[in-house]
Design a protein around this ligand. Structure first.
Ligand SMILES: *Cc1c(COP(=O)(O)O)cnc(C)c1O
Length: 360
């Protein structure tokens, strides 16, 4: 039986996408060859890549002012590649520190240039998103970096702040989960393994004007300008991961696209938070208006109970709800591919667990 998967990433994919992917593994497009065997220079792969880039544009309503780049590797590689391209020892990048990943992006940038914290919610254990009124001046930076959804702490920017320097956003855990105005963003990026497809690739959506500012004296594999010019087919792209991502993006389009999935995501999160707030055993510590619609983090009064709850879930076929090691607790990731039915199953198990504890 297929499990109910709440993993933070790599995360659940639609079952139909997995079925199509397994067909492609054996015989892609009935061409008598596996997707894992085709050349990245073949017409077939070129068309797969083109359609993937096209769908990213279409789903994100991304205009001609932006380039879309597909790359090997995950978000941490981008943490390094971004400052390699856009920062120097003479310039400074500003960071909005909303927790683990936001902080990591800053640590990586520090190898290449100066860094500065514009705002932070560290003092309150990252349980909220910093208010723009508390931001330091955002002028004069090579770029300002923020993390739109904080996968580990369960917080999310529900409004993207306006800043006075180029804006770079790590959207790894909420890309295409909601409608976003990319015209206001110089550089958005995401690793694939939360909302796009399997692990192994990242996407970047870069304003051409900003791309023109990138350093060019770089090993070509790191140069965004070169990768864009080569239409994301310079080195061997992650062919299989790209193909499965394409299947998943087609699936997203068939669901009605980003605005339709956004409405569904809101319903899933609402139902789950309502249960956490109602249930006497569970608590969510995030400031209500900053709660993430993607990663629902919660705790129990006794950490002993948390382990019992996780085991209880496993008995009911639910996996992947243990919180990240830096925060502990419980985390249910409800990305695009998570169904409302699965969320309802989790809610029922939470209720059954409450009942069991009370009647003991
Ligand atoms: C998962 C995640 C990362 C790390 O991604 P890797 O591909 O493992 O490097 C970075 N930022 C955010 C917001 C994430 O959710």
């Amino acid at each position: 039986m297929r499990k109910i998967i709440f993993n933070a990433g790599p995360a659940v994919l639609p079952e139909i996408v997995l079925a199509q992917a397994s067909e492609g593994i054996l015989n892609v497009n009935n061409e008598g060859i596996s997707i894992a065997e085709i050349s990245h220079r073949s017409q077939l792969f070129k068309s797969i890549l083109e359609e993937t880039l096209h769908l990213i544009r279409e789903l994100g309503a991304i205009g001609t002012d932006h380039e879309v780049i597909l790359m090997q590797g995950g978000a941490r590689l981008q943490f390094a590649q971004i400052p390699m391209n856009f920062l120097s020892k003479e310039s400074k990048a500003g960071f909005i520190d909303t927790g683990y990943w936001a902080h990591k992006a800053m640590e990586y940038a520090a190898y290449y240039g100066q860094t500065d914290i514009i705002a932070s919610s560290q003092e309150k254990q990252y349980r909220h998103i910093p208010n723009t009124l508390d931001f330091k001046s955002t002028k004069g930076y090579a770029y300002i970096h923020l993390t739109s959804n904080n996968t580990i702490y369960g917080t999310q920017f529900h409004q993207i702040p306006v800043v006075e320097s180029p804006l770079i956003i790590d959207m790894s855990s909420d890309v295409f989960s909601r409608v976003m105005d990319y015209s206001k963003i110089e550089f958005a990026y995401a690793c694939a393994q939360k909302n796009i497809g399997p692990a192994g690739l990242s996407i970047a959506i870069v304003k051409k004007e900003f791309l023109a500012r990138a350093h060019t004296q770089l090993p070509p594999v790191f140069s965004y300008q070169l990768l864009a010019a080569k239409k994301s087919n310079y080195y061997t792209p992650p062919v299989l991961a790209t193909y499965i991502s394409l299947l998943n993006l087609r699936w997203l389009k068939a669901q009605g696209g980003v605005s339709a999935i956004e409405a569904l995501n809101a319903q899933k999160a609402k139902a789950l938070y309502a249960e956490i707030d109602r249930n006497t055993l569970f608590e969510n510590h995030v400031q209500t208006e900053d709660r993430s619609l993607m990663n629902v983090c919660f705790t129990m009064s006794l950490s002993d109970l948390e382990q019992q709850f996780i085991t209880f879930c496993e008995k009911h076929n639910i996996i992947g709800i243990k919180g990240h090691k830096v925060t502990g607790g419980i985390r249910a990731s409800i990305y695009n591919a998570q169904t409302m039915d699965n969320v309802q199953q989790l809610i029922q198990v939470m209720q059954a667990f409450e009942e069991k504890c009370i009647n003991k």
